[in-house]
Design a protein around this ligand. Structure first.
Ligand code: ADP
Length: 295
C-alpha cells in the first residue's frame, strides 16, 4: 500500500470513528475518482452498514457543509428521496461530507413517470421569503449567492446571470461588446420569462445526479438547491441529452408548464453555460454568444 493510500485509509477511519464511535471497524472501501475535483469512497463496515463519503482538499470552503444543508432542505420536504446526512466538516485540512450510501438498483417500469411526478411535488414547495435560500451554496465549484428576492426574474438575473457574467468579464473571458449585449438582454428578461412563485429546485438536475435506488426508483444526489424559477430546472435537464419523455409528461400532468417554454429554454440555460465558461473554459462561449445574439 502506498503511503498516500495509507493516509487516505486513515483519514476515512478518522471520519467514521468521529461519527460512529471509536470501535467502528471498516471492512471494505471502494474509491470513486470522478472527473470532478472531489474524491469519494463507498465504505462497508464489519456490521455490513454502508456509507458514502466525499471530500476535497478544502479549497472550496464550506462546500460540503452547504451540500449537507442542501440535502437536509430537500429531505425535509419528503417530496423526493435524497441520501440522509451523517455529518460534514473539516479534518486534516480537508473538508468532507458523510452520508447514507445508496446502493444502485435497476429501474422499474414507472421510474420516469414517478421521477417526473416527484420533481413536480418538489417544485410545489414554495417560500414566503420569495426566491433565494438562507445560505450560500455551490453549483459544482461555482458559488451561488442566494440573497432573497421577492421577484423571481430579478433573482435569476441578478443572483445567477449577472454574478457569472461579472466573473467571466473579470477573467477576461467575455469582452465589453458581449457584456453590453447581456445588459440589454437583462432589460428584456422581465417580458420574456414568466415570473412564477418560487419553487424549491434541485439546481443540478442531470442524469449523473439521478440515481436508481434498490426499489428501482429515483434518489437524487448532489443538490445545488434554492427557491427559484422551476422552468430553469426543467430547462437544465435538457443540457446534457435530456430525460425520458415520460418524465416530462408526468411533470406536466402534475404541474403544467406555461406555453412557449421551449423558446425560453436557452435563456434559462445561459446560467449553467456561463458557469461552464467560468469553470471549464471558453469552449462554451460560442453557445452563450448564439443565445445572447438571438435577443
Ligand atoms: P461530485 O460532487 O463530485 O460530482 P456526486 O455527488 O455527483 O459527486 O457523486 C458522484 C457519483 O457518486 C454519483 O454519480 C453517484 O454515482 C455516486 N454517489 C453519490 N452519492 C452517493 C451515495 N450517497 N451513495 C452511493 N453513491 C453515491
Amino acid at each position: 500500500m502506498s503511503s498516500e493510500t495509507q493516509a487516505q485509509y486513515q483519514f476515512i477511519d478518522k471520519i467514521i470513528q468521529h461519527h460512529l464511535g471509536e470501535n467502528t471497524e471498516v471492512k471494505d472501501l471502494e474509491f470513486f475518482y470522478g472527473g470532478n475535483f472531489n474524491l469519494a469512497v463507498r465504505v462497508k463496515l464489519k456490521n455490513e452498514e454502508e456509507y458514502f463519503i466525499k471530500w476535497n482538499q478544502g479549497d472550496h470552503q464550506g462546500l460540503f457543509e452547504a451540500e449537507a444543508k442542501n440535502l437536509d432542505v430537500m429531505g425535509k420536504t419528503s417530496s423526493i428521496s435524497v441520501p440522509s446526512v451523517i455529518g460534514a466538516g473539516a479534518m486534516e485540512e480537508k473538508e468532507y461530507l458523510m452520508m447514507e450510501c445508496i446502493p444502485s438498483g435497476e429501474k422499474v417500469a414507472n421510474y420516469w413517470p414517478d421521477f417526473g411526478e416527484k420533481i413536480a411535488l418538489l417544485h410545489k414547495n414554495t417560500s414566503p421569503k420569495g426566491h433565494g435560500l438562507d445560505y450560500t451554496n455551490y453549483l459544482g465549484a461555482a458559488s451561488q449567492v442566494n440573497t432573497w428576492n421577492k421577484d423571481g426574474v430579478a433573482f435569476f438575473t441578478e443572483n445567477r446571470l449577472r454574478k457569472q457574467l461579472a466573473q467571466a468579464v473579470y477573467d477576461r473571458k467575455i469582452d465589453s461588446a458581449l457584456e453590453a449585449k447581456f445588459e440589454s438582454l437583462f432589460e428584456k428578461l422581465p417580458s420574456l420569462l414568466p415570473n412564477e412563485a418560487s419553487a424549491l429546485i434541485h439546481g443540478d438536475l442531470w442524469s449523473g445526479n439521478a440515481m436508481t435506488n434498490p426499489d428501482g426508483l429515483i434518489t437524487l444526489v448532489d443538490p445545488a438547491c434554492y427557491y427559484g424559477l422551476r422552468e430553469a430546472e426543467i430547462a437544465f435537464t435538457t443540457m446534457f441529452g435530456g430525460f425520458d419523455e415520460a418524465f416530462y409528461e408526468a411533470y406536466n400532468a402534475n404541474f403544467p408548464i406555461q406555453k412557449g417554454f421551449h423558446e425560453r429554454i436557452p435563456l434559462y440555460n445561459l446560467y449553467p453555460l456561463l458557469v461552464h465558461v467560468n469553470l471549464f473554459g471558453e469552449g462554451y462561449l460560442p453557445a452563450v454568444k448564439k443565445i445572447v445574439d438571438t435577443y
